[in-house]
Design a protein around this ligand. Structure first.
Ligand code: PEP
Ligand code: MN
Length: 343
């Protein structure tokens, strides 16, 4: 349950409310967002009477005792959340493009791909240093060394860096080297990771688990916000269905649904949904039409040379990305939107 305190609530008031809650709940924590103060409480007994808490003069509002989300809900705030990513804003009026290779394979390919996407004016560079794999025999990424390489690339090309971490202990490392944490589809339910990210202020994009409902994705974001980090975005990257003509099925409905249910920015990753280069562009255009705030696209200077097995078949070459960006601009214009000014 969340208890929102009135602006005028004094320290003594908060102590009295806390004392009232103490008899009813197991854990209580204080939270603050945009000057609004809250007590987050969990572990209520069966016979709890929330009325006594709701009617306390220092209390503005309380959530239902069994509510599973509060901070991520659309009703939590008037304006939609915007997250600063470098000089641009994710969740603002303009669409952002985040592009780069699946994996940090080494300094040379990383440098050349960063150079190519920078020339196209994308708004952030992506690449995985820690790779979640379905087999221990697949390349697991360069880890800390890869993250440090990304930090250097970010500074060299003035590009914000998006990269995945797998381990809660690596949040500090991410803060040292990158600008945006990616929580991968396999880790959407890793609550230790989500809680650790909640203790940071680093912007974070959480990818939908490939068999997770949208409500479960929002709850993953709630863990991060409940930890105190308001800079969370949601990412649809394709879900498992019976269809296997594409790697996953891109759920474009995720955008209007999440738009209605949350205030968080919404990212679409057409690459992992498509699994094949030829399908990335049409899915990206669809994402632009339904109102995604950003696209996360895999791009590599030489997909034929990528480490196998990997995401080579879905990686766009820089020329493909250039053509895609032109079409995205045209499609966005047709629906009264635009691409954020290129960097
Ligand atoms: C990735 O972005 O390279 C990745 C591993 O994505 P996902 O978690 O969506 O599979
Ligand atoms: Mn990938």
């Amino acid at each position: 349950m969340i208890v929102e305190l009135k602006q005028a609530a004094s320290g003594a008031d908060i102590e009295r409310v806390t004392a009232l809650l103490n008899g009813e709940f197991r854990t209580i924590k204080a939270l603050e967002f945009d000057g609004r103060r809250f007590l987050g409480v969990s572990g209520a007994r069966e016979d709890l009477d929330p009325g006594a808490i709701a009617s306390h003069p220092a209390v503005l509002a309380t959530s239902q005792n069994d509510a599973t989300t509060y901070f991520t809900r659309r009703s939590f705030k008037d304006l939609r959340t915007e997250i600063a990513i470098g000089e641009r804003r994710l969740g603002g009026d303009d669409m952002l493009i985040i592009a780069g290779p699946c994996t940090v394979e080494g300094p040379d390919e990383l440098w050349r791909t960063a150079e190519a996407v920078k020339r196209l004016g994308v708004h952030a560079f992506r690449a995985g240093a820690f790779k979640p794999r379905t087999s221990p025999y697949n390349f697991q990424g360069l880890g800390r060394e890869g993250l440090a390489m990304l930090g250097t690339i970010g500074k060299e090309f003035s590009l914000p860096i998006v990269s995945e971490i797998l381990d809660p202990r690596d949040v500090g490392l991410a803060e040292d080297h990158i600008d945006v944490i990616q929580v991968g589809t396999r880790n959407m339910t890793n609550q230790a990771l989500l809680k650790a990210i909640g203790g940071s202020k680093l912007p974070t994009i959480i990818k939908r688990g490939s068999s997770s409902k949208l409500d479960e994705l929002v709850r993953a974001a709630e863990f991060v916000m409940y930890g105190g980090n308001p800079n969370v975005a949601l990412c649809e990257r394709g879900i498992q269905t019976f269809e296997n003509a594409t790697r996953s099925t891109l759920d474009v409905s995720a955008v209007p649904v999440l738009r209605r249910t949350t205030h968080l920015p919404i990212v679409i990753d057409p690459s992992h949904a498509a699994g094949e280069r030829a399908y990335v562009e049409p899915l990206a255009l669809a994402a632009a039409v339904v109102g995604a705030d950003a696209l996360l696209i895999e791009c590599h200077v030489d997909p034929g040379m990528m480490i196998k097995p990997g995401d080579g078949p879905q990686a766009l070459r820089p020329d493909d990305l250039e053509a895609l960006l032109e079409k995205i601009e045209a499609v966005l214009r047709s629906v009264g939107r635009r691409l954020a000014p290129r960097l």
